[in-house]
Design a protein around this ligand. Structure first.
Ligand code: UDP
Length: 319
C-alpha cells in the first residue's frame, strides 16, 4: 500500500511510519513541525519508500498519486500549560488540526476510495465519571474548559469521521489512544514520563503535581502501534480504545521510575495549575480491542522504561 501519515515527524507518527515501512508499504509523511521534530524522521531520509512533504494539513492537501490508506496523526497533544508546544499554548492550531485537518484528510480518503484511520484520544472522555472507560461512555468534557481545544477538536474529528463513513461509505477507523511513552517523546513537553525519566537520570527528585493520587495507565509505544496497525486492517468502524489497562497512581509511577533507574532522590510535591484541571482517573477498558483485534499490550512498565532509557540518556548527553 501507499499510505499517507499526517504528523509523521511526531512521536507516534514516526513510529507508525517505521512500522508500516517495515511491513513493506510506501509511506508519504506530512508534518508542519510545529510540534514534530526533524530528528524523528532523519533516519528515513535515504529510504526510497518514504517521501516527506512539509505541509500544514489544516490547509487543502494536494497529494500527487494515489494512496490506499490515510492515517491522521497530526495535532499538538501535550497538556502541559507551560510548554510552548502544548495545546494550551497552541489552541487555535489544535482546533484546526482536529477540525480542518480531519476534514481535509477525510477528503483525501474519499477521493482515493482509501482506508482511513483517525488518531483520537482518551481525552474525549474528559474527567471521566465512568471507570474504567469503555468506548460507549460519552465522556465528561466542559466545552469551554481549557482542555476543550484538544478534547472537543478530537470529539468533532470522531463525529466527522463517522459522518464520512455513514454518508460516503469511507472505510474509517478511530483509535482512542491512552497515555503512551517510549523513545522519541519530546523531553521538554512536560508530560509525566519525560519529566520523571529526565529528573531520575539526573538524580533529581521527581515532581509530582498535586498529591499524586491521580491515576493513569501507561502503554509502551510498540504495543500501541501494533494495536493501531491491527485496527487499520480490521472491519471495525466504531472507536477502539488502545492503551495499557494497568492503572497506577502518579506517585506509584514516579516510585517505579526511581526504582528502575536507581534514583535515590525521591519525589517532591508541587502545587501545579495542572492539578485543578487534571483528569483524576484514567484506565482503558480494552475488551473491544481484545475481542475484535486480538490485541493486548505485551510490555511491562519495567521493560518499557528500560527500552526508553537509552534514548533519554542520549538526548540528555549522558552517554
Ligand atoms: N504529572 C506530574 N508531574 C509531572 C508531569 C505530570 O505529576 O512532572 C502528572 C499530571 O498532573 C497528570 C499525570 O502526571 O496527572 C499525567 O500527565 P501527562 O502530562 O503525562 O498526561 P495526561 O494524562 O494528563 O494527558
Amino acid at each position: 500500500m501507499r499510505i499517507l501519515i499526517t504528523g509523521a515527524a511526531g512521536f507516534l507518527g514516526s513510529h507508525l511510519s517505521d512500522r508500516l515501512l517495515n511491513d513493506g508499504h510506501k509511506v508519504v509523511g506530512m508534518d508542519n513541525f510545529i510540534t514534530g521534530s526533524k530528528d524523528n524522521i532523519a533516519h528515513l531520509a535515504d529510504n526510497e519508500n518514504f517521501k516527506f512533504y512539509k505541509h500544514d494539513i489544516s490547509n487543502y492537501i494536494y497529494l500527487p498519486g494515489e494512496v490506499e490508506a490515510v492515517l491522521h496523526f497530526a495535532s499538538p497533544a501535550s497538556p502541559n500549560p507551560k510548554s510552548p508546544m502544548g495545546y494550551f499554548n497552541l489552541p487555535i492550531q489544535t482546533m484546526k488540526a482536529g477540525a480542518l485537518g480531519t476534514h481535509n484528510t477525510l477528503g483525501v480518503a474519499k477521493e482515493n476510495n482509501s482506508n482511513y484511520l483517525l488518531a483520537s484520544t482518551s481525552e474525549i472522555y474528559g474527567d471521566p465519571l465512568v471507570h474504567p472507560q469503555t468506548e460507549d461512555y460519552a465522556g465528561n468534557v466542559d466545552p469551554v474548559g481549557e482542555r476543550a481545544v484538544y478534547d472537543e477538536a478530537k470529539r468533532f474529528a470522531e463525529a466527522l469521521t463517522m459522518a464520512y463513513h455513514r454518508t460516503h461509505g469511507v472505510n474509517t477507523h478511530i483509535v482512542r489512544i491512552f497515555n503512551t511513552y517510549g523513545p522519541r517523546m519530546d523531553l521538554e513537553d512536560g508530560r509525566a514520563l519525560p519529566n520523571f525519566l529526565k529528573q531520575a537520570l539526573l538524580g533529581q527528585p521527581l515532581t509530582i503535581f498535586g498529591d499524586g493520587t491521580q491515576t493513569r495507565s501507561f502503554c509502551y509505544v510498540d504495543d500501541l502501534i501494533d494495536g493501531i496497525v491491527r485496527l487499520l486492517h480490521s472491519e471495525q468502524h466504531l472507536p477502539v480504545n488502545i492503551g495499557n489497562p494497568d492503572e497506577i497512581t502518579i506517585l506509584q509511577f514516579a516510585e517505579a521510575i526511581n526504582e528502575i533507574t536507581g534514583n535515590k532522590a525521591g519525589v517532591t510535591y508541587l502545587p501545579d495549575d495542572r492539578s485543578i484541571r487534571d483528569p483524576q482517573r484514567r484506565q482503558p477498558d480494552i475488551t473491544r480491542a481484545r475481542t475484535i483485534l486480538d490485541w493486548e499490550p505485551k510490555y511491562s512498565l519495567e521493560k518499557g522504561i528500560e527500552k526508553t532509557i537509552p534514548y533519554f540518556k542520549e538526548k540528555q548527553g549522558l552517554v
